[in-house]
Design a protein around this ligand. Sequence first.
Ligand code: ASP
Length: 318
Amino acid sequence: MKNVLLIATGGTIASIQTEDGMMPGLDGNGLIQRVPALKDICNIDTLQLMQLDSTNIHPAHWVKIAHVINENYSKYDGFVISHGTDTMAYTSSALYYMLENLNKPVIITGSQLSLTEEGSDAPDNLITAFTAAANGPAGVYLAFYGRLIQGNAAKKMYTENFYAFHSINVPEAALLKNGKLSFNPDYTPYTSAQAHYNKPLTINDCLDTNVIILELSPGFRPEYIRAIVDSGCHGIILKTFGAGGIPGRESDLNLLPAIDYAIKKGIKIVAASQCIYDGIHMDRYEVGLTALKHGVESGEYLTTEAMLVKMMLELGKK
Ligand code: ASP
């Protein structure tokens, strides 16, 4: 049997009811003991790295998780990270970009209901995650609702529905059927495309966290962008309208001079869409093309979660 390390970080999956509301209370061993079927999949060791609602997880925790994987890399065939669902897509994107030359599975999972609640989705999600960590593809994947999603393509779509995560603009990687992973023929594993497959794992952990995701709304005032620039921000993921529209007409609501102000100060602006699917196409409409000409970059097909991490890493290199 393969050896898999569970890195436990908290989340609903590990939560218990308290006077102050649900909060993490079960440790990694407690999770494993409550799902006896896991013992038939692989040998499991556990490491309790933190015990947090994922609301409180931030970039320093991504770095911690990445380093723990690195420190234990030679000892295990794969890794499972149990994590809260609310910021799981950020952590999965972070690990996707931070773990370079990865040739083992790193699978992140959680659940909508705690393992202690009746009818919880936690046992199924853990079974999917450990099956993938023991026998799945190399790379960072999110396991949920019987599915594997490439780490930088996941987005949380529901607060309660068990089909909580969708794979955005990338086909789902695999489905768990009768205890086995069935790979989607339309999905191309990203690790096999890595030229450096035989190189040692490298942790890319220089993140510039002075980055914000900013969502436009009708009537958005240019002063807001200027205030963010003056606050010391180094990068903005700008959630624009539709295919990439940024208002540039009414003089007091024209955002382009504020964008020029930001770009002149060396601030990177990457446009995302407020739509979930189909990416951004800034060269289609005048309202997007003009913004491109002012120096706004296109985030293409990535999720905002992935864009945020990518920007932190790009700015961290400088
Ligand atoms: N608030 C929880 C968390 O993100 C939600 C969950 O895990 O589903 O930690």
